[in-house]
Design a protein around this ligand. Sequence first.
Ligand SMILES: *Cc1c(COP(=O)(O)O)cnc(C)c1O
Length: 500
Amino acid sequence: MDIQYISTRGQGGRVTASQAILQGLAHDGGLFVPETLPEPLYSAGALADKSYKEIAFTVMKKFLTDYTDEELKACIDAAYDSKFDTDEIVPIVKVGGAYHLELFHGPTIAFKDMALSILPHLLVTALKKNGVDKEVVILTATSGDTGKAALAGFADVPGTRIIVFYPKNGVSRIQELQMVTQKGKNTTVVGITGNFDDAQRGVKEIFSDEELGKKLSDKGFIFSSANSINIGRLVPQIVYYVYAYAKLVGQGVIKDGDAINITVPTGNFGNILAAYYAKAIGVPVHKLICASNENKVLFDFFETGVYNRNRGFILTSSPSMDILVSSNLERLIYAIAGNDAARCSELMNALSGEGRYEISASEKEGLADFVGGYATEKETADRIREVYEQEGYIMDTHTAVASHVYDAYKKSTGDETPTVLASTASPYKFLTAVLDAIGKLPENIRDDEFKKVDRLHEVSGVKIPKAVEKLRNAPVLHGRLCGPERMKAEVLDILTGRGY
Ligand SMILES: *Cc1c(COP(=O)(O)O)cnc(C)c1O
């Protein structure tokens, strides 16, 4: 079955998977979605004996139909190799009553590696397939983890340049160090004096600026995105939910056909949307539990059907989820509106105009698979401590948000369905918050990042990841800073100025 991609706003044409990956965002400002869903898997449980790479091929082949088998296999082989610190790629560990899918064993120790280690290969293949002889400029807004994972994936990849915008005061120190020490002639990192939503809005504006696009096209550049708005990010993320299901069948935790729940710490709604697609292609899922931090726009949305970003932006200890406008929700809205692009556009216009929209009662029925929950800062820290004290396992703050929400869900509903929980980052990325949570951060090392690394090693016994170890002596290579309103000028300067 040949899958084409169309825009959630209806005016973005009809393109192949590789073209959608090249474009990132559709020209009408919408997000690409498969025009029809692929045929479901014959049985997810039947994949129990398969490796991560084999399952990746089976799943991605369904969505990226214009890639040949050879092309897809080459991309998968190049992505899921020794960059990951375990042969399994994604270990599954039982913690706090849930099956943690540890998605942080890649080169930048956060789940973004799952997709961003393959996206550059998919993109470069797409360039060749479509005979594009321009340089692709990857523009990326990051709430902390995407930036580094994208930089690592695209550094020195021929035919590409990458520019990352991050909120200067909105990421952890380790996250910032990871980005500003990035090597690679084609990489640029820019701090902005704003929050993630400002960065994301700026990037979307640059994408839909036709005049700028034309000007840069004349100079031999085209833009694409490494954000989860790119279908090339989303599809590789479906893989690990299929993998998790298959492995739980293999381990005898469930029988093939039994349902699982999936709990996901959510920001831009990409990871949980991938779980929704996994269900759509045949993974038996009972509930998709969407966990937010104190920026609980999504929780409110699932409760009331009103999406309202008019509220204060809270900086939390789980910065990669500090988001008020969850871009990928647009794909779900499109689906629950019955694939009605006009309706989807109407709601998205209301969001950019008034900052809110409300779905209808019948649209709300489409959300029946989802449960929303959130964790306060205190609940997040308490959960880290509780699980550490009971099981000796240290979670990062994002995972702890999900763990709290799942635990509260289970207690209030009595739902005992085996649950997969997306564990999205290594605790080494969020040292201060994690050590504080377990009461093991002496005041005299509070401001010394690497003493905290050693401390976490001491109290957890978890090996210090290479990604952190190599930051100790890495020189800072990037220092650009600008206001959100200057992002476009900055991009022009980077691409055409002498500063590059
Ligand atoms: C990006 C990120 C999230 C949120 O994922 P979305 O796909 O944006 O919902 C959660 N945890 C961590 C550690 C992340 O890096």
